[in-house]
Design a protein around this ligand. Structure first.
Ligand SMILES: Cc1ncc(COP(=O)(O)O)c(C=O)c1O
Length: 417
């Protein structure tokens, strides 16, 4: 008789982990308030009474030690708006990590700039400052560090490099709401930081995004790019810059205000439970939490990241291991399957996508993303096991099931060969 659930044995767990998205009466109450107010859109800033969007922007920015928050439609356009507002455009190069969601790179393409991919660090899964240095050219305009999974990148070095080369730093913090780096919150470290409120994120309205910054000129430009190129407080029909509507709706801001009220407690609980889980994994050779570099005081914990060593599991592949864990009732997945360069959008065309920005006359160079190699990112993508953040909100007994399932798979690994 097989022991492992994937081979017909009993599952370790039959219950679900903590349900996400989380909500209570507050989401319902604040949404009802918006509905009844008949102010459903947030375009009239400065009106009396203020909008839910303004209230949320202030609270979120303050929480991250930033002076300004500019809410927008999603985390992808948050990066795009910040880049545009910072003056990044045709012919500029922007350095991004090879390990991230496609949106980081997509935002660069949207402003007609050239994404330059660089490798990451194994123990943080964040962009490698040494690789940033190597990638800088006379065309480099900006760096987008991605605070991967919730770890904060090596920002001291990144900011030092940026200052030396006069570059803008827009941190993609879609995974790192609330993270703290060497005592500093994310609003006080880079020129701007952007966040996503898409459903899987640690604070959500289904969709949504925000840019935070301490730079009032940058904030003012973000406001224009967010809302049809208008100047705040001026006529509705005068447009100064690229006029697209990237606004968030009031109903989304109502949900986010409710989410924000429980966020801090949830973040604390996740950090405590992550430490608890790490202790549980100490006895299981071959599966270790990604250690970080010791500089992330509070991890944003969008993802709980594990390094899997198949040699310690009788040679069972990472993918098979994840399938077996899923079968035991443990929520986990493999994360990003490859460095961004391996995506079909780069692989199927000779020299990347046709037309601008890759063949932009302002650029005057040709790069071939498809042939670029990122050995550390490749290794990370082949060895990582990702546990989604809401699992860390579950009771300790549920977390014990994760350790128990891993121990069970290790003991019976031969069934998987
Ligand atoms: C690292 C990263 N950046 C940006 C985004 C884009 O956010 P959104 O889905 O809200 O556009 C995501 C979304 O998953 C992400 O993971």
């Amino acid at each position: 008789m097989a022991e492992l659930a994937i081979k017909g044995g009993n599952k370790v767990r039959t219950k679900d982990f903590f349900a996400w998205p989380d909500y209570d009466q507050r989401e319902l109450k604040y949404v009802e308030e918006v509905i009844k107010s008949r102010t459903w859109f947030a375009g009239m800033r400065g009106a009396d009474p203020g909008t839910k969007t303004e209230e949320f922007e202030k609270k979120f920015a303050q929480y991250h030690d930033a002076g300004y928050g500019i809410a927008c439609a999603n985390g992808s356009v948050a990066i795009e708006i910040a880049l545009r507002a910072a003056g990044v455009g045709a012919g500029d190069e922007v350095i991004v990590p090879a390990l991230t969601f496609i949106a980081t790179l997509g935002a660069v393409l949207q402003v007609n700039a050239i994404p330059i991919l660089v490798d990451t660090i194994y123990d943080t899964q964040c962009i490698d400052p040494d690789e940033i240095e190597k990638a800088i050219t006379s065309k480099t305009k900006a760096i987008i560090p991605v605070h991967y999974g919730g770890f904060v990148c090596d920002m001291d070095r990144i900011i030092e490099i940026a200052q030396r080369h006069d570059l803008i730093v827009v941190a993609d913090a879609a995974h790192a709401h609330g993270a703290v780096y060497k005592g500093k919150k994310l609003g006080s470290i880079s020129d701007a930081a952007t966040f996503s409120f898409q459903e899987s994120k640690t604070m959500t309205a289904g969709e949504g995004g925000i840019i935070i910054t301490n730079d009032n000129e940058l904030a003012e430009k973000c406001i224009q790019y967010r809302s049809c190129g208008r100047h705040e407080g001026e006529s509705w029909y005068i447009h100064y810059v690229l006029p697209i509507n990237y606004r968030l709706a009031e109903i989304q801001s109502a949900v986010l205000l409710a989410q924000f009220e429980r966020f801090d407690e949830q973040l604390k609980r996740k950090n405590e439970n992550a430490h608890y889980l790490a202790e549980r994994f100490k006895d299981t050779d071959g599966i270790n939490p990604v250690p970080g570099d010791g500089n992330t005081d509070v991890n944003g914990y969008y993802l709980y990241l594990l390094q899997y060593d198949k040699a310690k599991f009788a040679g069972v592949s990472r993918d098979k291991f994840v399938e077996a864990l899923n079968a035991e009732g443990i929520a986990c997945h493999i994360g990003y399957p490859w460095p961004l360069s391996k995506n079909p959008m780069f692989q199927q065309v000779e020299e990347g996508p046709r037309g601008c920005p890759f063949t932009c006359p302002y650029y005057g160079r040709q790069i071939s993303i498809k042939d670029q190699k990122f050995p550390v990112t490749e290794k990370i993508c082949s060895e990582t096991v990702v546990i989604p953040h809401q699992v860390l909100l579950s009771p300790r007994s549920d977390l014990d099931d994760i350790a128990a399932a891993i121990t069970k798979i290790k003991k019976n690994a031969s069934e998987l060969l």
